[in-house]
Write a protein that binds this ligand. Structure first.
Ligand SMILES: Cc1ncc(COP(=O)(O)O)c(C=O)c1O
Length: 400
C-alpha cells in the first residue's frame, strides 16, 4: 500500500455526511442543498445537442493532446477573455491541454512536476480546495498552508519564510477563491511570479470561478495577464486551470483545460499520455461551442447576481455576511460552524458546509472555524427559501 494514502483527509462531504447522520429534519420541508459547489442552472441546449450529435465518435480513442479544433477554441477564448496582446497570444498547439475538469488536472500536475528527491513543498491557501493537499501528499510533497481570513484578504505571500520558498516546487493560487470569493489583482499575481522566478517554482492558478463575477465591466484578472504585464510573453512558470463546470453549468461534462508555459505543458502531456486522462472526443466537440460562446455565460452570471441581490438582504439582518468579490459562495461568520450546520439541517432541512472542514489548523487556528460555506447553486426560488429558513433558524436560536 502507498503509505501516503493514510495521510489523506476524508473528503469534506464525507465528514458532512457523518455530522448529519441520524438527524431527522422536518418531513414537511423539502431539502435544499447549499453545501456542494455544483452549479444547478440549466446547461445550454447547444452544448447538449453537440454532445449527443457526436456520440458516433465513441468508436475511436481520444488523443491526450486533444483535437486541434478543441485547443484552438480554448486558445481563442483565453486570448479574447484576457485580452492577450499580439506577441503574447496562447499557441493552441504548445500551450493548451484538455483536462477532464480542473480537478483532474490540478491533481495530475503535481504528480507530473514534483521532484521527490528534493524534499518538495507545495504551497497553498487555507481554506482551500482539498485536491491541492491530496495531490501534494500523494506526490511525496509537504503541503504548506497560507492562512486567509475573511472575504477579501488574499494569502499573504510575504508571510512565507524563505526556508519554505527554497523547497517550494509549486504554488497553488485560487482566484476567485473558494470559499472566500476573493479576487487576486494583477500586482498580487506579479508578486507571485517574482517569487516563482527567485525561488524557481511553478505557479498553478486555479481560475475555475473566473467567469462567475458581478460587474460585467470588471472581470477577474488571470495569471496569464499578469505574466504578460511582467514581460513573460511565453508565460514562463505559469499554468492556468479553467473549466466549463461553473462557466457553462455543466459539472457532469468533466470539461476543462490547462494552459501556459510550453516548457511545462510538454512534460505534462507526456505524463498525461501514461496517466490515461484523454478527454472523450464527443466531450471535446461539445466543449468547442461552449468556449466559443460568451452570451450564455452572461446570462448565467445574471442568475447568480439575482440570487445574491435577493438572498443577501435577507441574511444580513441575522448574520455577519458579506457580498463576495466573485464566485457563487457566501462565507458568513457563525458561532460554531458544525453546530450551525447540524441544527440548520435538523430544524430547517437546509445543508451548508462547516468552514472548518475546508481548512486546516495553522499558527492562528483553523481559519475556516466559525464560518460556513453557502453555495448559491440552487434555483433563485430555492435560494430565497433557504435564506428565509436560515433567518427563521437564527431568530429562534437568538430567542432561546
Ligand atoms: C476551487 C476549485 N477548483 C476546482 C474545482 C473542480 O472543478 P471541475 O473539476 O468541475 O472543473 C472546484 C469544484 O468545485 C473548485 O471549487
Amino acid at each position: 500500500m502507498n503509505p501516503a494514502l493514510s495521510r489523506l483527509w476524508p473528503y469534506p462531504f464525507e465528514r458532512l455526511r457523518e455530522l448529519l447522520a441520524g438527524a431527522a429534519p422536518p418531513a414537511n420541508l423539502a431539502h435544499i442543498s447549499l453545501s456542494i459547489g455544483e452549479p444547478r442552472h440549466t446547461p445550454p441546449a447547444f452544448v447538449l445537442e453537440a454532445l449527443t450529435n457526436n456520440l458516433h465518435t465513441l468508436n475511436s480513442y481520444p488523443a491526450s493532446h486533444g483535437l486541434p479544433q478543441f485547443r484552438a477554441s480554448v486558445a481563442n477564448w483565453l486570448n479574447r477573455r484576457f485580452a492577450l496582446p499580439t506577441g503574447a497570444r496562447v499557441d493552441p498547439d504548445t500551450m493548451v491541454l484538455p483536462a477532464n475538469g480542473t480537478r483532474e488536472a490540478l491533481f495530475a500536475v503535481v504528480q507530473a512536476l514534483t521532484d521527490r528527491s528534493r524534499e518538495p513543498i507545495v504551497v497553498m491557501p487555507n481554506p482551500f480546495y482539498q485536491i491541492y493537499e491530496g495531490a501534494a501528499l500523494l506526490a511525496g510533497a509537504e503541503p504548506y498552508f497560507i492562512p486567509q481570513q475573511g472575504n477579501v484578504a488574499l494569502p499573504d505571500l510575504d508571510s512565507v519564510p524563505a526556508t519554505v520558498w527554497n523547497r517550494c516546487q509549486l504554488l497553488f493560487l485560487c482566484s476567485p477563491g473558494n470559499p472566500t470569493g476573493a479576487v487576486a489583482h494583477v500586482d498580487y499575481l506579479r508578486h507571485a511570479l517574482e517569487l516563482a522566478e527567485k525561488y524557481d517554482f511553478v505557479v498553478a492558478s486555479d481560475e475555475c470561478y473566473s467567469e462567475i463575477f458581478f460587474d460585467e465591466t470588471q472581470p477577474p484578472t488571470g495569471l496569464l495577464q499578469a505574466a504578460v504585464a511582467a514581460g513573460h510573453t511565453r508565460f514562463e512558470r505559469c499554468l492556468v486551470f479553467h473549466s466549463l463546470s461553473k462557466r457553462s453549468s455543466v459539472p457532469g461534462l468533466r470539461s476543462g483545460f490547462v494552459a501556459g508555459d510550453p516548457a511545462l505543458i510538454k512534460p505534462f502531456l507526456l505524463y498525461r499520455t501514461y496517466h490515461g486522462c484523454a478527454m472523450p472526443v464527443h466531450v471535446q466537440l461539445a466543449s468547442i461551442p461552449a468556449w466559443n460562446d460568451d452570451q450564455h455565460v452572461i446570462e448565467n452570471r445574471s442568475l447568480y447576481r439575482e440570487k445574491f441581490s435577493k438572498v443577501l438582504p435577507l441574511l444580513k439582518s441575522v448574520m455577519d455576511v458579506e457580498m463576495p468579490q466573485a464566485s457563487f459562495y457566501l462565507w458568513p461568520k457563525v458561532d460554531d460552524d458544525q453546530r450551525f450546520t447540524r441544527e440548520l439541517f435538523e430544524r430547517q432541512h437546509v445543508t451548508t458546509l462547516p468552514g472548518s472542514y475546508i481548512a486546516r489548523e495553522g499558527g492562528g487556528g483553523n481559519p475556516g472555524r466559525g464560518r460556513v460555506r453557502i453555495s448559491l447553486v440552487a434555483s433563485v426560488d430555492e435560494c430565497v427559501e433557504a435564506a428565509e429558513r436560515i433567518r427563521t433558524y437564527l431568530s429562534r436560536t437568538m430567542i432561546r
